[in-house]
Design a protein around this ligand. Sequence first.
Ligand SMILES: [Cu+2]
Length: 255
Amino acid sequence: MNELMLKWLAMLAPAAEGAAQLDKMMSLIHWLMLVLGVGWSIFFVWALIRFRQKKNPKANYYGVQHKGSTYIEIGVIVAEAILLVGFAFPIWAKVVDSFPPKEGALKINIVAEQFAWNFQYPGEDGIFGKKDAKFIDRENPLGLDPEDPNGKDDIITLNQMTIPNNKPVVCYLSSKDVIHNFGVYQFRVKQDATPGMTIPLWFEPTKEGSYEVVCSQLCGIGHYRMRGFVNVVSDKKFEEWKQEQLEEANNDDGW
Ligand SMILES: [Cu+2]
């Protein structure tokens, strides 16, 4: 049943830990909504015919006398309560709120701007370099402090996030200007990037491949072209990529 609903919803195949559970939730909600939608539509058509003016020239002031609709209402409330308490809360707590232990996770800062995604990796030391808006310029889009030694080995990429497969990634999402939204549909990840806030999110990819990052908030005239890619690669490839990037970072003078 789940499969059928997900097919109707044209969901992209999940590629992250926990995504299948969110899909299950999505499927259950849509089944309930389908039953309710069809039920109400049938009732609506029945009411149109049953209470048509020709057969009912005089209004009935007493309304519905039997308890049928009350029972249906209670049934709907119970079903929704079960969905919320039995499924939505526990799945959200597990898939969204339980962050993986920091030691084992790859940390990445994501900074959204009109109209691009900046990714900052902390480099070998595992510590992000300090940032300050006063250092921001064309060459230094994130405003990394040139004096901070922790920032020397930081890797900065534009619109391309490369991560290893089967490893948890913790991201800290912020924005330089307006509200954007970091959406990776195959991971079932969607989080607003709000200026002035740093919002953590996490995911663990389970399938190698390249996944589109879609900005899911209308953020201005170039919103349509604000796309990035998450490249999920093997451990070996990730290490190679990281070394390449580190060499590049070391060759750069300044930041
Ligand atoms: Cu945007």
